[in-house]
Design a protein around this ligand. Structure first.
Ligand code: GLA
Length: 345
């Protein structure tokens, strides 16, 4: 059931909800931003570790800068130049990134709004929000639903649903930072990752895609075989130098619901697999995290968590060769991301 999670700047009361499964996993989510706050997973000894970065209260999320655990939209990631055209009209967005690009939807972030709770039980919660025509500069109104389910297969599932009344881009994601040793356990550089991607979208020094898709083969970007995050992160390879680590959209192999990524910790024994039906995933190694005060008095530093942001490719609105995030009027936008946890003995 819900406990209080603080009062927002607007004077709204935020609440925290608990989901539990038979493996003893617990997920705490708040209606402030439809945000994942805590995710407790049994390690190989059966001790619970909280594997996501976050804050103790809604106020922490209001002050924080890293989108910890947030539901991000209407269009996650970057839109170059902060505008786009659709059906012959130009739409101006918020230049909140490098003074000109739009990042994570721009003004009035969805992770900074109070969502309504449509229903909640011990394994599932449905958050709803009405986004009016012109919200953040995007056309059309849409009622967005984000459903978190924690099932008995060790899976935390996030389901996104909306039916816009005009053609409009929709590209929601979750911005959790995972640390499989526990959120306060230092950096993730020794934890291993697999990314099911033969290519990634090349980006410029402001992380705006050039439109090229480069092969990972023979480069430090290659995570097709399990590899420690820190093994190649310091290499003087263009993509890594420009981003200060990994902060790239990987072009996922295949289509439909499939495994996109895996992360494991030898220390805790915890592994996480990420499944998505989307074409891309932003693998981001917390390069901008800098002495951020988080939950339980933890202080988060660079590389303390890794994000796996399932998505349409960044700046897809400006590249015809990228799959389009535009949803037609009256059509259903629906996508699912699953984080599946296990512990080896
Ligand atoms: C995304 C971006 C990063 C950074 C974070 C938020 O992952 O790709 O460059 O902006 O969000 O700090």
């Amino acid at each position: 059931m819900a406990e209080t999670f603080g009062i927002t700047r607007k004077g709204e009361k935020a609440s925290l909800y608990l989901l539990e499964n038979r493996q003893g996993m617990q997920a705490y989510v708040t209606d402030f931003g439809a945000t994942l706050v805590r995710l407790l997973v049994p390690d190989r000894q059966g001790n619970l570790r909280d594997v996501v970065l976050g804050y103790d209260t809604a106020e922490g999320y209001e002050k924080g800068s890293g989108y910890f655990g947030a539901t991000v939209g209407r269009v996650a990631n970057r839109i170059g130049g902060g505008s786009f055209s659709l059906n012959g009209r130009i739409y101006e967005l918020t230049p909140n990134d490098n003074g000109k690009h739009t990042l994570h939807g721009g003004r009035d972030f969805f992770g900074q709004r109070l969502w309504q709770v449509e229903s909640a039980d011990s394994q599932k919660i449905v958050f709803v929000i009405s986004s009016p025509d012109g919200d953040q500069g995007f056309p059309g109104s849409v009622e967005m639903k984000v459903t978190y389910t924690l099932n008995d297969e060790g899976e935390l599932k996030i389901h996104y649903h909306g039916v816009p009344d005009q053609d409009t881009p929709l590209n929601f994601t979750n911005h959790s930072y995972f640390n499989l040793n526990g959120h306060s356990a230092g950096d993730v550089l020794e934890q291993t990752v697999v990314l099911e991607a033969d290519g990634y979208t090349r980006a410029d020094g402001e992380l705006i895609p050039t439109g090229e898709i480069l092969p990972v083969e023979g480069t430090p970007m290659d995570f097709r075989q399990e590899k420690a995050i820190g093994r190649d992160i310091g290499e003087s390879y263009e993509a890594l130098v420009l981003a200060g680590g990994y902060d790239h959209n990987y072009v996922l192999n295949g289509a439909g619901m499939r495994r996109a990524a895996k992360m494991c910790s030898a220390e805790s024994g915890i592994c996480m697999e990420v499944y998505t039906d989307l074409p891309g995933i932003q693998f981001y190694t917390g390069n901008f995290v800098d002495h951020e005060e988080g939950k339980d008095k933890a202080v988060y530093e660079k590389h303390q968590g890794a994000c796996f942001e399932t998505q349409y490719y960044p700046d897809a609105l400006h590249h015809e060769n990228f799959p389009s995030p535009v949803v037609k009027a009256g059509e259903t936008y629906e996508t699912v991301t699953v984080y599946r946890f296990s512990a080896n003995s």
